[in-house]
Design a protein around this ligand. Structure first.
Ligand SMILES: *Cc1c(COP(=O)(O)O)cnc(C)c1O
Length: 340
């Protein structure tokens, strides 16, 4: 058995022992199957390949200091996948089946769950694809739902740090009434050019405005945006952003801390008024924002003081991490012990 260097894991794919699969045929889901193959047999005319009938999810399992392994808000990922299924005409995966498969795949790959001290976690990737061979554009009749896991390193190797973003107006990742609210691969394909442009310019990530008016903040790459000012947590309301489970959790924690929470349109210029801002998602929890450059408008919104994360972001980050690792009491019942 190979030794894994837990301290030097990156965010990438690494083979584990098993994945779990379930096929949808004749209008119903079949039995859950264990599989040690990394590839999938797929017809070249499958709808996922031609018409983008593909959706995914992302969550993590945490090896906690008390020795237990916990999964964070898997029911929320199940609900979001159900919404995505409605969005691109795929059969829904019942929450119980989703959770059963998450628990199975984590337990089967226990030896790949990084130790607590490493800061690494087990990333869980559910994937749903349309598999029927078709040439006409209509929904597939058969589907494959699978979940694989892979150990991933901590997002912040040198600790919680700030990043620079750049507003990109040349490309949109999603349309106002398009698929931005669903976790589908097509949105990611649409984001690749903007992402490359941002990287080439030396930024951590691209920053999107609403596609229609280019007036309001949408998302920071593949993460939700939040800003902090006057003891208020402000996050965009938009029909083209992905409802992040992390953002939803942070809104609750902000409220628990006695802050006000506002979900509303955020005009770009309002960026100059935030005391702190961050990008949030499962990968980093919070990635604090140093500054956001608007090259076309020749403006730079510097948010962080001395390039350092603000106290509210740090507090929210710590609180959420502590719940995920079973260190702080889970008053909202967000975690599920998968291995006791
Ligand atoms: C997955 C994703 C997020 C983050 O969602 P979490 O549930 O917090 O991980 C944000 N934006 C986009 C576009 C995403 O795909």
């Amino acid at each position: 058995m190979e030794q894994i260097d837990w301290k030097n894991l990156s965010f990438g794919y690494r083979r584990t022992d098993y994945n779990v699969r379930c096929y949808y045929r004749d209008g119903k889901w079949g039995e859950i199957e264990l599989c040690s193959e990394e590839t999938i047999p797929l017809h070249m005319a499958a709808t996922c390949l031609h018409y983008g009938q593909e959706a995914f999810e992302g969550l993590k399992a945490y090896r906690c200091p008390d020795g237990k392994v916990r999964v964070f808000r898997a029911d929320e990922n199940a609900a979001r996948l159900q919404s995505t299924c409605q969005g691109i005409m795929m059969p829904e995966i019942p929450t119980e089946m989703f959770i059963e498969m998450v628990e199975k795949v984590v337990r089967l790959n226990e030896r790949f769950i990084p130790p607590y001290e490493s800061g690494a976690t087990l990333y869980i990737r559910p994937l749903l694809i349309g598999t029927t061979a078709q040439v006409g554009v209509h929904p597939s009749e058969e589907y494959l739902f699978l979940i694989f896991v892979t150990p991933v390193g901590p997002y912040f190797k040198g600790g919680f740090a700030c990043n620079d973003y750049v507003i990109i107006r040349e490309y949109d990742r999603s349309a106002p009434l398009g698929t931005g609210i669903y976790k589908v691969g097509g949105n990611y394909a649409a984001s690749l050019r903007a992402n490359k442009m941002a990287h080439d310019l030396g930024y951590a990530c691209e920053f999107y405005l609403d596609a229609k008016e280019k007036k309001y903040i949408d998302e920071c790459g593949a993460a939700n945006f939040f800003g902090i000012k006057d003891n208020t947590y402000v996050t965009p309301e938009s029909t083209s952003i992905l409802p992040s489970v992390t953002n939803k959790s942070l809104m609750q924690l902000a409220e628990d801390l006695g802050m006000k929470v506002e979900r509303r349109q955020i005009p770009v210029e309002e960026l100059s008024t935030f005391e702190e801002a961050g990008a949030c998602g499962t990968a980093a929890v919070i990635s604090p924002i140093n500054k956001i450059d608007d090259l076309e408008e020749k403006k730079s919104y510097v948010i962080a003081k001395d390039g350092k994360p603000g106290p509210v972001s740090a507090k929210l980050y710590q609180k959420l991490i502590n719940i995920q690792y079973g260190i702080e009491e889970d008053v909202h019942g967000w975690t599920r012990v998968v291995i006791d």
